[in-house]
Write a protein that binds this ligand. Sequence first.
Ligand code: UD1
Length: 383
Amino acid sequence: MNPRSRAGGPAQTLRLVAVAGARPNFMKIAPLLRELGERSRFEVSLVHTGQHYDEAMSEGFFRELGIRPPDVNLGVGSGSHAAMTAQVLEGMEPLLLEREPAALLVVGDVNSTLAAALAAAKLHIPVAHVEAGLRSFDRRMPEEINRILTDALSDWLFVTEPSGEENLLREGIDPKRIHRVGNVMIDTLLAHAERARERDTLERLGLVAGEYAALTLHRPSNVDEPAQLLQLFAVFEEIHREIPLVFPAHPRTTAAIEEKLGGRAPQVQLIPPLLYLDFLRLMMDARFVLTDSGGIQEETTVLGVPCLTLRENTERPITVSQGSNRIVGRDPAAIRRAVRQILDGPVEPARIPELWDGRAAKRIVDVLERDLARRAALRPDGA
Ligand code: UD1
């Protein structure tokens, strides 16, 4: 049954297919699904590509973030970039043909994001990309290729920070397609901060608020090369001798320790991956965070926790210019110096970027509803 439109006629249902595939997608899709679910015009099919599949990398996040079970799971699993991309493409095509959505909604920059966008664009289904426009200008990063190509295929480009707009305009994207709306990952953080604060994460890990540091590391450029990994481990061990360093390790990193280093793990507090609420709790009260993740640079900015990014660049420059992030690279001396500065204090206060206010999903769905309703009104079948 269709709700009535303001004009009195039947308002057409707006069908969407939303895609999530890997861990960082889940925090981004959650607020969008919630907002879409509150508007009766939308009928949303949720597709999980299966790029991440473990309880610790996937199901646990669905549960904690209150994401409904996916309507379809493509079950692509792990594999080479080509194999993964090809399987998502193959899986998406019949599904899109069958559902005939008015648009495809994708988030972030993982392989699933690009593959789903490509399948839709080839079928002339318009694509909405949330977290568009970010650029590290480093094409050795698989995500950079995914970002550039997904943006080139998208009809709506929802950006989180001014650099995103600038990058897209420079690439010749029509300004009418670009919408700066804020950050859906921060919507999720703000929605869950209170629940996270109630967790007993620190007690369980034997930590005291403000007296430990947290570490994540999973980028191929950091973990796939044994010499690089060993050099980083030596610095982590030095830091751990000064302040407890907790390291929830990504499966890629655990595999590298086993397969490439013969089980030589760093002498820090190494633990399995944490789910969302426990990791948020861990970040909140950390003295500082060391990471090579993209999202964590943004989350620490909003939490006002110093972040040292173990990469040569960032696609999220606002976390440096306004937030609490510093790009320290992989040079042991530079990492040591940056840690020393934080431990000796004082730390410069961070500002929260404009529009990172918990309302990004609402802004995105407002734009989609307006544009899709307009398009539907022009089509006699209302699809
Ligand atoms: C992917 C994303 C990256 C994101 C990261 C977060 C791409 C190109 N990269 O990288 O942007 O920051 O997710 O986690 O899409 N594995 C498991 N269980 C799982 C999933 C993976 O054990 O549920 C293991 C497999 O051995 C797999 C490896 O982790 O080979 C890497 O997974 P993959 O999806 O290829 O890339 P990520 O490094 O996770």
